[in-house]
Design a protein around this ligand. Structure first.
Ligand code: G4P
Ligand code: MG
Length: 171
């Protein structure tokens, strides 16, 4: 039987990857004003990153599913929560954080929306894992930097935070 190729990334793996990436990012001289987590997958990575790049975290949330039960995933993600309120991003640098760049659908949609709505803001992106594959989506030309923790093969990733039993995760 052919074994399904997959990765199991523990909290320690993820923390180390983000620490190393944060140091590399800082060494380039790039200093964001805000981290912007794309929920749900970007939430824990953004919080880990804040340990090394100490900037406030903003969050947005997207869904591939509408409220109607039984519907197929939408091609374009749906905004569940977006930036609002007091924050003024004019002239600011924002580092958008997600856990994985798979088909690039999420980054394409999110970054283009952000760039359109905040024309006076500089956006960059960081993903913990980038799957090396042909992407469906594209990164906008106006994206300043695209930082990757690890380039990986196109295998399924089990993230520690999805474990129902963390004591046996990855065994
Ligand atoms: P994209 O993330 O690059 O847009 O790719 P795609 O549209 O194919 O991803 C659909 C969802 O599947 C995303 O979750 C993405 O994070 C998740 N995903 C893709 N590859 C993997 C993988 O190898 N392992 C795991 N665990 N998830 C993967 P989402 O709709 O953004 O949901 P959420 O978890 O962020 O709430
Ligand atoms: Mg996600």
């Amino acid at each position: 039987m052919e074994t399904v190729k997959k990765y199991n990334f523990t909290y320690e793996d993820i923390h180390s990857t983000i620490k190393d990436a944060s140091e590399n990012i800082t060494e380039t001289g790039y200093q964001p004003d805000y981290l912007l987590a794309i929920g749900g997958g970007g939430l824990i990575p953004a919080r880990i990153m804040r340990t090394f790049i100490t900037r406030p975290i903003l969050t947005i949330a997207l869904s591939r599913y509408s409220d109607e039960i039984g519907t197929a995933p939408a091609d374009t993600p749906i905004k569940l929560q977006w930036l609002e309120g007091e924050v003024n991003l004019d002239g600011k640098k924002v580092l958008v954080v997600d856990e994985v760049d798979d088909q690039r659908t999420t980054l394409d949609f999110t970054l283009n929306e952000l760039i359109e709505h905040y024309p006076n803001t500089e956006f960059s992106a960081f993903v913990v894992h980038n799957k090396l594959k042909e992407k469906k989506g594209h990164l906008p030309k106006k994206l300043k930097h695209f930082f990757v923790g690890k380039d990986i093969n196109d295998y399924w990733i089990n993230y520690a935070w999805d474990a129902e039993d963390i004591s046996t995760f990855g065994q």
